[in-house]
Write a protein that binds this ligand. Structure first.
Ligand code: BG6
Length: 462
């Protein structure tokens, strides 16, 4: 079979997961509570079909077989996250030796299978005790996060050579402090902005700490969900709306992470509305000196915007949405289960933007994927025929390939996700995996896309 789309040698093929979404064993192995355990205990009704985080996909017990499965489908790299509340129950203090053993075993098993572990430190899972003292609003939590990061570097830094401080740090800001889809369910832009700012300080401090170890070739980065903003039209009002959406949802984390400072226009806008966060002396220098080596890009959907149809209610809480409306472009292609538009070219636009405006920083697609409901409908002779997912992946890979041809510095592609997993409030509604997971028995079965991926990885293209 001829290969039309060949990727650069050593391209990273794999998938990504997060601790809370796959490990299960939420009350086992000495793990402390995190905000998901707590929120589910007090409001189980907010989770799809009342399914909580206690067992999820049970990776804690089946990681050995799962890693074999990864090998079977050609993974050469795999991103996991460490659960802060498993390693340091309560977020600080004594190290939980059962957790050390678990993460050591997982890392060693991956390496034994020639799969490079990419390790992320924070994926939406604040230890409950840390939330109780203010979470990211409290600078003390920032320092405790750096202590936790340092424990991870000490324990696993000899074998892990790709680290990430955060996955999608904007999501806890949006979910927890603006739009009510994460605990602590606050709606307050000022607090949201403080949380976002302190998260960036935490990332810079963790990077500084990492570099003090002198790990040689090892790299540290961050994973951002970049949602390119497309204006409805070239009308100046639409263009302005799109520029502001981009400032809030992309550049708020991309600029400080990669360039070491916030966009001037964002600072100006927040200042005009009395929304600037509290800062400390030395913050500017800290951020400037500790930018990332590597950028993970999570891409699922574009953001289409237009100028507002109506002035915002002056008595409503201040929101980014005061400056733009979402635009439902007629004829857009939708993943109707997740309610997200599918726009493959977005991946190319992101990469070109990184090349032109962010020094062509080394990057990779750290998540891309398609969550689909009731996938058993597509079962034929015991296998889920997920051709829609294969089309989704190839559509995005073609544009990624084009970006690389044009000189973009993209080094890999990880699907979300390896196997079906627990999607926060959506629990197991939409399934994302190369492998299906039976929620009763925890049995895994490869979908058609798993075989497709194996071929792509083996041929380094398709
Ligand atoms: C990303 C996250 O936002 O998208 C994952 O890093 C998440 O944690 C994934 O699961 C898919 O989104 P969702 O909301 O359908 O689970």
């Amino acid at each position: 079979m001829s290969i039309e789309y060949k990727f650069p040698e050593g391209f990273w093929w794999g998938s990504a997961v997060s601790a809370t979404q796959i490990e299960g064993a939420a009350a086992e192995g000495g793990k402390g509570l995190n905000i998901w355990d707590y929120w589910y205990a007090i409001e189980p009704n907010r989770f799809f079909e009342g399914v909580g985080p206690e067992t999820t996909s049970d990776f804690y017990h089946s990681y050995q077989d799962d890693i074999k499965r990864m090998k079977d489908i050609g993974h050469n790299s795999f991103r996991l996250s460490i659960s802060w509340s498993r390693l340091l129950p309560g977020g600080r203090g004594e190290i939980n030796q059962e957790a050390v053993k678990f993460y050591n075993d997982v890392i060693n098993e991956l390496i034994a299978h020639d799969i490079e572990p990419f390790v992320n430190l924070f994926h939406f899972d604040m230890p409950l005790e840390m939330q109780e003292i203010g979470g990211w609003e409290n600078r003390q939590v920032v320092d405790l996060f750096v202590d936790y990061a340092n424990v991870c570097f000490d324990l696993f830094g000899d074998r892990v050579h790709k680290w990430f401080t955060f996955n999608e740090p904007i999501v806890p800001v949006e979910g927890g402090y603006l739009y009510d889809f994460h605990y602590p369910n606050v709606v307050d832009a000022k607090r949201a902005i403080q949380v976002g700012y302190n998260t960036m300080i935490a990332s810079a401090k963790a990077i500084e700490k990492f570099r003090s170890h002198h790990f040689g070739e090892s790299q540290i980065g961050i994973i951002l969900n970049l949602t390119p903003s497309y204006p409805r039209s070239q009308n100046p009002a639409d263009l302005k709306a799109s520029e502001i959406a981009d400032l809030f949802f992309n550049r708020s984390f991309l600029d400080p992470s990669v360039l070491g400072s916030y966009p001037h226009k964002l600072i100006q806008l927040l200042e005009e509305h009395g929304q600037l966060p509290e800062t400390e002396e030395g913050d500017t220098e800290l951020m400037a000196a500790n930018t990332v080596d590597l950028l993970g890009v999570n891409y699922y959907q574009p953001r289409r915007v237009k100028a507002k149809d109506h002035l915002p209610n002056p008595y409503s809480p201040f929101m980014p949405d005061w400056f733009f409306d979402n635009y439902e472009m007629p004829g857009r292609k939708m993943n109707k289960y997740r309610g997200w538009e599918i726009y493959e070219k977005g991946i190319y636009d992101i990469m070109i933007n990184l090349k032109e405006n962010y020094g062509n920083i080394g990057s990779f697609i750290s998540e891309n994927g398609m969550g689909v409901q009731d996938e058993e409908r597509f079962m034929k002779e015991g296998r889920i025929e997920d051709d829609y997912r294969i089309n989704f992946i190839t559509g995005h890979l073609k544009w990624l390939h084009q970006a690389i041809e044009e000189g973009c510095n993209a080094k890999g592609y990880h699907l979300w996700s390896f196997m079906d997993n627990w999607s926060w409030m959506n629990a197991y509604k939409n399934r994302y995996g190369f492998f299906s997971v039976d929620l009763e028995t925890k049995e895994r079965k490869p979908k058609k896309s798993a075989y497709f991926m194996k071929n792509v990885a083996e041929q380094n293209g398709f």
